[in-house]
Design a protein around this ligand. Structure first.
Ligand SMILES: C[S@@+](CC[C@H](N)C(=O)[O-])C[C@H]1O[C@@H](n2cnc3c(N)ncnc32)[C@H](O)[C@@H]1O
Length: 491
């Protein structure tokens, strides 16, 4: 009898029991022992001890059989298995990209002494998530590896990336260290306390526990573990998605581009309202320039985007509009704001930038005044002065505004408003953000055709003008706070 005969026996079990073949390994070993005995009877070993001869045979061949069976079963579970020694010996550049990722996810960190792989024979991982699920050490007797296996479990447990990796030991337990619970042997104690389990490949009886079992149970346990890991991964992915959906990123450059108007589970503002503001802009403004509990004002609140974002982020908010669309928006002309001086922690305003949109029938609607007329800038100056008055010193105003191109005439509305805010009213410049426009009504084939034919440009962006009311001692809070950054180097 040789290794191939053992594999044939296992394949026969597979034919008989299909995917449950692994549950019959012990029975298979009994059969193998009988066949081995018949062979041995024909030419017995000189010492006349079949038991000893069978143990020697197992020692030589069963380790390979374990690999064969595990590989087979693990791949049926949609996982992959890789030789730990191959990972250990190969340099990063000689490993496949997937193998490299697995290696990184298994390294134990020794600080200044580098990172090193644990000594394991097999690594089971999920090729989709590249998470290592379990590592296996396999030896004929326990003594050869068990203390090391316990050590690796302790080390893996210490790191966030590796803490959930299960550490198993598969053995033939030739010296019978594991087969009895009592008296307590050191090897069994290590297995029980410092590994995730040891599986014994034997045809003989053993006293099982939660941690010490016959190999027949290994695949069942692995299936349970995969279920657990899958549940955990689903939960982690759901949480990640929820967080991503719920909170947009805080922008780091002056170019902002939003493919949709709102984010998260709750709609912010009304995306059918003509001129609705992308909620991301309000989120970014309040994230940078206010703290929870502070008061935000939107004097031209439209469909209420600012109110919805602020409420979700724990900011107090007041929304006015000349033609309120919701009960929580107060009717008011932005040129006269019913608040005392120095009350507000931040203002966000997305104003009309000409008479291109019909917001309401209200005569006071500034959206009825052409941006080519002086009257428009006078109205905006009145608004700007009111915003300056109600803002607390040192606090920020964000004003979203677009330029105008009508009837072959370009009007740089954004520049004019920025100049008015900083030169006439006394705000300090903070920055200008370019916000890409995506859903404007001119974003159609015919308008793109006209733009080329008549040699003009369609509006591709709006400005988010950011200015600050000077603080009392004329030094902004940011300048005081951001000492660690070497601003001279930033270009
Ligand atoms: C671009 S929309 C604001 C969009 C809003 N941020 C939103 O997300 O729905 C401009 C708003 O300014 C308002 N408005 C125009 N003139 C006003 C005035 N004099 N005082 C207050 N609001 C005015 C319009 O009624 C309109 O709702």
């Amino acid at each position: 009898m040789d290794f191939n005969d053992l594999v044939k026996l296992y394949e026969k079990k597979k034919e008989e029991y299909g995917e449950d073949a692994y549950l019959h390994i012990s029975a298979m070993l009994k059969e193998a022992k009988e066949i081995h005995k018949k062979d041995w009877d024909r030419s017995p070993t000189p010492n006349q001890d079949h038991e000893q001869s069978w143990r020697a045979f197992k020692g030589k061949n069963l380790e390979n059989l374990i690999m064969h069976i595990i590989q087979d079963e693990v791949e049926e579970l949609g996982l992959k298995i890789i030789d730990g020694n191959h990972l250990e010996r190969s340099e990063g550049k000689n490993l496949e990209e997937e193998e490299n990722a697995i290696k990184r996810n298994l390294l134990v960190d020794y600080g200044e002494y580098g990172s090193h792989l644990p000594d394991v024979d097999l690594v089971i991982y999920n090729p989709r998530t590249r998470k290592v699920i379990a590592v296996i050490s396999s030896k004929v007797t326990l003594r050869e590896r068990i203390a090391q296996t316990g050590y690796w479990k302790i080390k893996l447990r210490q790191d966030e990336i590796t803490k959930d990796i299960k550490v198993f030991f598969i053995t033939l337990d030739e010296d019978k260290t594991l087969s009895k619970k009592e008296p307590h042997k050191k090897g069994r104690a290590i297995v029980e306390v410092d590994t995730d389990g040891s599986y014994i490949m034997s045809e003989e009886q053993i006293e099982e526990s939660n941690k010490v079992k016959k190999f027949d149970k290994f695949i069942t346990d692995l299936k349970g573990l995969i279920n657990e890991v899958n549940q955990q991964t689903i939960a982690e992915e759901a949480l990640k998605k929820e967080v991503e959906d719920e909170r947009p990123p805080v922008e780091t450059t002056t170019l902002w581009d939003y493919p949709k108007q709102s984010y998260g589970k709750k709609q912010k503002g009304d995306n059918k309202f003509q001129g609705v503001t992308p909620a991301f802009i309000v989120y970014n403004m309040i994230s940078r320039y206010t703290k929870p509990g502070e008061l935000v004002l939107d004097p031209m609140c439209g469909s209420g985007t600012t109110i919805d974002v602020c409420q979700e982020e724990g900011r107090k908010v007041i929304g006015y509009d000349i033609d309120p669309k919701r009960a929580d928006i107060i009717k008011n002309d932005a040129r006269k704001i019913p608040l005392d001086d120095n009350q507000v922690d931040m203002v966000f305003i997305d104003s009309p930038y000409g008479d291109n949109v019909n917001y309401s029938n209200e005569p006071q609607d500034i959206g009825k005044i052409s941006a080519e007329s002086q009257e428009f800038y006078e109205a905006m100056e009145q608004v700007g002065k009111e915003l300056y008055r109600v803002l607390k010193p040192g606090k920020v105003l964000g004003w979203l505004i677009g330029d105008q191109w009508v009837k072959k005439r370009f009007t740089p509305v954004g520049f004019k408003i920025y100049e008015m805010l900083t030169e006439k009213i006394g705000f300090e410049p903070v920055d200008i953000i370019c916000v890409a426009r995506r859903n404007q009504s001119s974003n159609t084939g015919v308008w793109h055709y006209r733009a080329r034919k008549w040699n003009f440009y369609l509006r591709g962006f709006k400005y988010l003008l950011i200015v600050r009311k000077p603080s009392v001692d004329a030094q902004t809070p940011e300048v005081k706070e951001d000492r660690k950054v070497n601003w001279k180097k930033y270009k």
